[in-house]
Write a protein of this length. Structure first.
Length: 285
């Protein structure tokens, strides 16, 4: 695994955001701006009549940005200045409003294929770990605050207390959120390893596997784990540990994507938090 965690994250001073929920960082803003510029300035002109570009710019300026249309009648630089300022500096939700309204124009006026626009925008929303996608004709959340809180809670609690849990889980987040080359397969492995780590701490058996640790915890009766939860994680651990699982090299590797890794981050963080609360009630911590 080729992973370099920044210094600030290694010492616990910063943690990488898993998903951008109520925020859009500058990297994502720039990607959105570049997509809009290329589509409006280049692709619409290349694939359609050049006059369509001017009509499109007029509609975006007046209907999306809500500006007087006569301002750009002769000075198109005004359009680019205002649009870029909105994308790079406006509140996060206003940027999503712009994205959605431009898609509405493409759907109704056919200046540009809506599905191509959606694919381009969604590509960069996923690349930058946005918590939103264009689904159908509107911006739709793909996560919620509770899921984010579960993940952040694990990092906050384990920092300085459970170094193994923190190391595995922060690695899972780093691998998941790498903009250039996300490693979803290894992120899943690290999420499960974080669960394994907290179980070893609870059962006080450092060399136990997750399956063994869960059995020890159940046998001691200090913590009662719901049977469905225990069975579910035993099966997940078996999947990641058997000969065809993601912990092993595979010649014909199954492709693991964003949704798989996100699910494991959320599921494992929720289970870790569940075990921590149970352990505290049993006075193990």
């Amino acid at each position: 695994m080729n992973l370099k965690i920044p210094f600030s994250e290694r010492i616990g001073m910063e943690t990488r955001k898993v998903l951008q929920v109520r925020d859009i960082d500058m990297d994502l803003r720039i990607d959105i701006w570049n997509v809009l510029y290329q589509i409006i300035n280049d692709e619409v002109t290349q694939n359609f009549e050049s006059n369509n570009r001017n009509l499109l710019m007029d509609k975006i300026y007046s209907e999306v940005l809500n500006k007087p249309i006569d301002e750009i009648a002769f000075i198109k630089e005004k359009f680019w200045y205002v649009l870029k300022k909105q994308i790079t500096k406006a509140d996060w939700y206003k940027v999503y409003n712009i994205i959605e309204k431009i898609n509405d124009i493409f759907i109704k006026k056919r200046f540009y294929p809506s599905h191509k626009y959606v694919d381009k925008i969604n590509f960069f929303l996923e690349k930058n770990n946005s918590a939103y996608r264009i689904i159908g004709e509107q911006i739709t959340p793909i996560s919620d605050e509770i899921e984010i809180q579960e993940i952040e809670s694990v990092l906050e609690y384990s920092k300085g207390k459970f170094t193994g849990v923190y190391a595995h889980f922060s690695s899972a987040i780093t691998l998941f959120s790498d903009r250039e080359k996300p490693e979803y397969r290894n992120s899943i492995k690290e999420s499960i390893s974080a669960v394994e780590s907290i179980c070893k701490i609870i059962c006080k058996t450092p060399k136990a596997t997750l399956g063994e640790a869960l059995k020890i915890i159940e046998k001691d009766k200090k913590i009662e784990i719901h049977g469905a939860l225990k069975s579910g994680f035993e099966k997940i651990y078996g999947y990641t540990s058997d000969d065809s699982g993601i912990r092993h090299s595979m010649l014909n590797e199954v492709k693991h994507d964003f949704e798989d890794a996100k699910y494991m981050l959320v599921a494992c963080s929720a289970f870790i938090n569940y075990l921590i609360v149970k352990a505290e009630k049993a006075k193990i911590f």
